[in-house]
Design a protein around this ligand. Structure first.
Ligand code: AMP
Length: 226
């Protein structure tokens, strides 16, 4: 099963992708997280991506397309994948379609997490990530028991370098210019679902769960009837 999670920065892609991964058992790949890892390790991709990421711009398509091609060749993802944050432009979506078609695959679910820009910006400004377990917390919604320490594992909490107001504005600009037209590309095809994430995370979580249950039921009744 190939699942794509689309949405503006702060829409909750990371949070809900992790939950969909738990539910389906599929591996969750976040392009942003992998790029941040590459920047930290100073790999060739990381060195090329860093200046774009720091500025709040998208990393050029040619690098991202090379990255996804290598990723999809990895047998670890042969049974499916949840892609969070990729694709983000029409050329990336077209490139992904082509690579999947070459493997006899196609996207099974494209899920748009929809949120207003104001709500997303508020979330980004109060978001922290655990450096140890990777959990994403929102301090405005739920302060930690010990400030600066992850409630889940005791690790230290970090704020992403690009979660500052000026860079957030740039990231939204990229979203409007490059990603919104791509969303229309997917919307006009099948398997497209939208969930409004401008609501408490537990309410959204339930909607995501209901959607997955509906898809599982449809898939199993489809296979039962042949
Ligand atoms: P994210 O963690 O998804 O917010 O991504 C952080 C940053 O990584 C983005 O602002 C971009 O600079 C870069 N990035 C992540 N995914 C992509 C992508 N599919 N295409 C281009 N740049 C990306």
């Amino acid at each position: 099963m190939i699942v794509l999670l689309l949405g503006a920065p702060g829409a909750g892609k990371g949070t809900h992708a992790a939950r969909i991964a738990d539910h389906t058992g599929l591996p969750h790949i976040s392009s942003g997280e992998l790029l941040r890892g590459a920047v930290e390790r100073k790999t060739e991709l990381g060195l090329k991506a860093k200046e774009h990421m720091d500025a709040g711009n998208l990393v050029p398509d040619e690098f991202m397309l090379r990255w996804i091609e290598e990723l999809l060749d990895d047998p670890a993802y042969a049974s499916g994948i949840i892609l969070d944050g990729f694709p983000r432009t029409i050329p990336q979506a077209e490139g992904l379609d082509k690579l999947l078609a070459e493997k006899g695959l196609s996207t099974d679910l494209v899920l748009l997490l929809d949120i207003s820009q104001d709500a997303a910006a508020d979330r980004l400004l109060s978001r922290v990530t655990c450096g140890k377990c990777g959990a994403i917390h929102n301090l405005a919604q739920k302060p930690m028991k010990v400030p600066g320490i992850c409630d889940a594992c005791g690790g230290e909490l970090e704020t992403r370098a690009d979660d500052v107001r000026e860079t957030i504005e740039k990231r939204f600009g990229e979203f409007r210019k490059q990603t919104e037209p791509m969303i229309e590309y997917y919307r006009s095809r099948g398997n497209f679902e939208t969930i409004n994430t401008d609501r408490p995370v537990e309410v959204v979580r339930k909607d995501v769960q209901d959607l997955l249950d509906r898809i599982s039921a449809a898939t199993s009744s489809g296979s039962a009837t042949g």
